[in-house]
Design a protein around this ligand. Structure first.
Ligand SMILES: NC(=O)c1ccc[n+]([C@@H]2O[C@H](COP(=O)([O-])OP(=O)(O)OC[C@H]3O[C@@H](n4cnc5c(N)ncnc54)[C@H](O)[C@@H]3O)[C@@H](O)[C@H]2O)c1
Ligand SMILES: [Zn+2]
Length: 354
């Protein structure tokens, strides 16, 4: 197959491209080479194992630059900063919603299948089970409620503009694909691994921890650190995406699949694993009593549907994935910890912290 990867020069795209080429497919990319993501765009283009058309997915004419012969599209290009989305609203809507709609228009015009990257952000605060109030969504009803994993059919309650754009993008792709295009929507939890952007202070608590560890600075945990996330290794996500490319959904029956480990990791456990991956003595953890608009308390994927579909299941534990990321990234260039302080200050200035 010849697979177009939008956003192919990014973190997930580079891993997926290598995996697809290893399996005998050809790859092409459409990527804007976003300066917030790429400190060294030339090397990112050179690393991609196929031609790269430089263009903006939200610009209809950019798609004309994609060579003929594409049989599948994996749409990864997006604006990805949750905090930043709260004030760069228009840009996030344009790139994430219109960009995804155009990906579906392209897939239909070329007769290609589409795998579109959404996010667990569509669930927002997700699902709680309470002995008194039953199943509740979007907010914990009372102290007795326990967070449980999100299922693909759960309602969308995004709390960030990023999550809202991903939800709207799913709807746009579903509607444009109609009964003509085989559509798979994938909703990853927090993806980590070698090659993720170390310069972009708008994403990734783990990249922030790496920067702090390298500067021998205590790891700053926002709040009490009991918030949970589901950290999935990029290799496991890529196995799922490659499977989705090779096993397209039926046209007219869009398929939505979570990607995660199905296991919760608290931010304190994340900090502990990051410290375990560092070659330096532990700098400890410090708590900052701050809440950022768009942040959630708990997130975890229900993997029942993925298992029932026969799709590849995760093989990495979150702890091993975190250690792998820290060890691999240790000597790679990246922003200093101050960049994350600045990103937080920017949110505070805009009234987006409490
Ligand atoms: N990394 C995660 O934890 C995670 C979790 C859930 C979902 N996702 C989704 O996975 C996808 C890929 O994420 P990633 O982690 O590889 O991000 P990334 O920032 O490393 O890569 C994104 C790529 O898209 C390109 N891009 C950005 N805007 C573009 C535009 N307008 N036109 C063309 N290209 C553009 C960038 O230059 C970059 O190469 C995104 O859709 C993201 O929302 C990521
Ligand atoms: Zn309750």
């Amino acid at each position: 197959m010849t697979v177009l990867l939008t956003g192919g020069a990014g973190f997930i795209g580079q891993h997926l491209a290598r995996r697809l080429v290893g399996a005998g497919h050809e790859v092409v990319a459409l990527d804007l080479m976003h300066p917030q993501v790429h400190a060294d765009p030339e090397s990112a283009v050179a690393a991609f194992p196929g031609p790269v058309a430089v263009g903006d997915v939200a610009d209809a004419t950019a798609w004309d630059g994609v060579p003929d012969g594409v049989t599948a599209v994996v749409h990864l290009a997006a604006e990805t900063g949750t905090g930043q989305s709260m004030y760069e609203t228009e840009r996030y809507h344009r790139v994430n919603v219109e960009g995804t709609r155009l990906a579906a228009v392209f897939a239909r015009a070329r007769g290609a299948a589409l795998v579109s990257m959404s996010s667990r952000a569509v669930y927002g605060e997700g699902r709680y089970e309470c002995p008194e109030h039953g199943t509740v969504f979007a907010a914990r009803c009372c102290a007795a409620a326990e967070p449980v994993a999100s299922h693909e059919d759960d309602p969308h309650h995004p709390v960030s503009v990023y999550g809202e754009t991903k939800s709207l993008a799913e709807a746009a792709a579903t509607s444009e694909c109609g009964t003509d295009v085989a559509l798979t929507v994938v909703r990853p939890q927090n993806v980590i691994g070698p090659g993720q952007a170390l310069h972009n202070p708008y994403t990734g608590v783990l990249a922030a921890f790496l920067a702090m560890l390298r500067e021998e600075r205590a790891l700053t945990v926002y709040g009490d650190g009991h918030q949970t996330r589901d950290f999935v290794h990029v290799a496991d996500l890529v196995s799922l995406l490659a499977w989705a490319v090779e096993h397209p959904a039926s046209p007219g029956s869009p398929r939505v699949l979570n990607s995660g480990t199905g296991v919760r990791t608290s931010l304190l456990d994340l900090a502990d694993a990051a410290i375990a991956g560092s070659p330096l003595p532990s700098p400890g953890v410090t708590h900052l009593d701050v809440h950022r608009a768009g942040d959630i308390e708990h997130a975890c994927a229900d993997l029942g549907r993925l298992r029932a579909a026969g799709a590849p299941e995760p093989t990495w534990t979150a702890r091993d994935a975190i250690v792998d990321f820290i060890r691999w990234s240790w000597d790679k260039p990246g922003a200093g910890a101050a960049a994350w302080d600045d990103a937080l200050d920017e949110l505070a200035r805009r009234g987006l912290t409490s």
